[in-house]
Design a protein around this ligand. Structure first.
Ligand code: CA
Ligand code: CA
Ligand code: CA
Length: 478
């Protein structure tokens, strides 16, 4: 009895309470009522009392139980259980009315196990299929991938959309939107993804970091303009700026490219392309001679154009092979000197190279080689070879140096006038050059007036400096 009831119960459960192909009514009966009916049948009244017994069901020749259930190999035909040896069993043709034995369902005219539905190429289970399949013409077929029918509810896989019940690509320019989404560089307009480039710079929206500014797009040249041109997230990175001018009167810094022509895609033939070591500026000509380890380059300070260049030793023969790291010039006529001569000094590891620059002839001439200086007070002097950059300012017109010579020199005045500035490691050292020629106490780089101003070049970018006509000019590292 247990086996019969269990098999019957399992058949009902397997059908999930719903018929496949509509052939086997499988409404799940109230369990207590069903068990009572089957128990009554198994107890004997079915066979003993015959078909006339209205209390029996499920055996041969009597009504089916609960509309469709019959015992053992019987088939429920027209609501009567019948022995059917040639139909209704597994893999046999379905009997009249598409009937099969209990636990089987009629699929395309053949009785099959009730569980054989819902998977790929199987019959649908009451119109349903497992995930990734869809019931098409009573068969479970793949769906949802490119070119296939859409799955239930019109769904398709990633980057696909359901159009005319087919899964089609979506999201790219010219394709349908994926829902409301489109690929970077496109926007969903009236259901279609269309490329957008508002600033017409060739970078589509979503790819362009700023589609409202044609000076900003991936791949653009980073220029010195305080803007992140190439969409790296950082403005003026990659040493886009390499020349800074501090206007002493206004206190403002302005940054420029070291080679303005390079920003236009046509680098100057005369701009330095290797590390700048020092500069000698010629104030009366608004020029600066800028030196690398092997070359010199002439900068027109007013236009910031590089106007000439050549091998370093052809300009100053004594620089051949020298390790020169800083330099400065004294304006023509300063202190009653020759008005046609600017004096220059180049710091080299072997000593200080003294020069004259003839303004009319535009020529450097060697004067003498002085030994490495012994500076005082030693506590204030920079380490000689640690000097990164230097300049000479003979007026201190903007009071960048606030220390009083009287605090340094026995007969010093109250205000510094001529001084030499030097950047060494992370400090600015000031060499008093009017009274006693001693070093004042150094100050941290960022607290020296010009470098404390907004937009000052960072210490790490300073290759050389010079002071010319009221401006402090910085040339940057490469
Ligand atoms: Ca754009
Ligand atoms: Ca950038
Ligand atoms: Ca920029």
């Amino acid at each position: 009895m247990y086996t019969f009831r269990f098999a019957r119960w399992m058949a009902v459960v397997a059908l999930g309470g719903a018929a496949c192909d509509g052939t086997v009514p499988v409404s799940v009966p109230d369990r207590a009522a069903r068990d009572a009916t089957v128990d009554a049948r198994e107890a004997g009244p079915v066979s003993d009392s015959g078909p006339a017994d209205a209390e029996t069901c499920g055996t041969e020749g009597v009504p089916c139980c609960n509309g469709s259930l019959c015992a053992g190999a019987l088939v429920c035909e027209a609501n009567v259980c019948r022995a059917q040896p040639s139909c209704g069993a597994d893999t046999q043709p379905c009997c009249i009315g598409s009937s099969c034995r209990s636990g089987l369902v009629c699929q395309s005219g053949t009785c099959r196990a009730a569980t054989a539905c819902g998977m790929r190429s199987q019959a649908c289970c009451s119109g349903a299929c497992e995930a990734g399949l869809r019931c098409v013409a009573e068969r479970c077929e793949p769906c949802g991938t490119l070119g296939q029918t859409c799955c239930g509810g019109g769904t398709c896989g990633p980057s696909l959309t359901c159009q005319a019940d087919r899964c089609q690509p979506c999201g790219a320019a010219g394709q349908a939107c994926c829902g409301a989404a489109c690929a970077p560089g496109t926007e969903c307009t009236a259901g279609m993804c269309r490329g957008v480039d508002r600033d017409m710079d060739g970078a589509l929206a979503g790819v362009d970091c700023d589609d409202n500014n044609p000076r900003r797009a991936p791949g653009l040249r980073e220029t010195c303009d305080n803007i992140d041109n190439d969409c790296t997230g950082v403005a003026d990175d990659g040493n886009a700026c390499g020349l800074w001018v501090h206007n002493g009167a206004s206190g403002a810094w302005t940054a420029y490219a070291l080679d303005a022509a390079a920003e236009m895609g046509a680098p100057s033939a005369h701009a330095p392309t290797t590390a700048i070591r020092f500069a000698l500026d010629i104030e009366s000509l608004n020029l600066a001679y800028v030196f690398t380890n092997t070359t010199y380059h002439v900068l027109d300070v007013r236009t910031r154009q590089w106007t000439a260049s050549g091998a370093r030793a052809t300009l100053i023969a004594q620089l051949a092979g020298a390790d020169a790291f800083a330099g400065y010039t004294v304006p023509a006529g300063h202190g009653g000197g020759n008005a046609n001569i600017e004096g220059g000094a180049i710091l080299t590891t072997a000593g200080v190279l003294a020069l004259d620059f003839d303004i009319a002839a535009r020529r450097f001439t060697f004067r003498q080689m002085d030994p490495v200086p012994t500076w005082m007070p030693a506590a204030n002097a920079p380490g000689y070879t640690s000097i990164r950059a230097a300049w000479l300012d003979v007026t201190n017109a903007f009071n960048w140096v606030t220390s009083a010579p009287s605090a340094l020199c026995p007969a010093g005045g109250a205000a510094t006038q001529a001084y030499a500035g030097a950047i060494a490691t992370d400090r600015v050292h000031v060499f008093e050059a009017g009274w006693c020629f001693l070093w004042a106490a150094p100050v941290p780089f960022a607290s020296f007036s010009p470098f404390a101003r907004p937009n000052a070049p960072p210490l790490a970018r300073i290759a050389t400096t010079f002071y010319q006509n009221g401006a402090l000019i910085v040339l940057g590292t490469r």
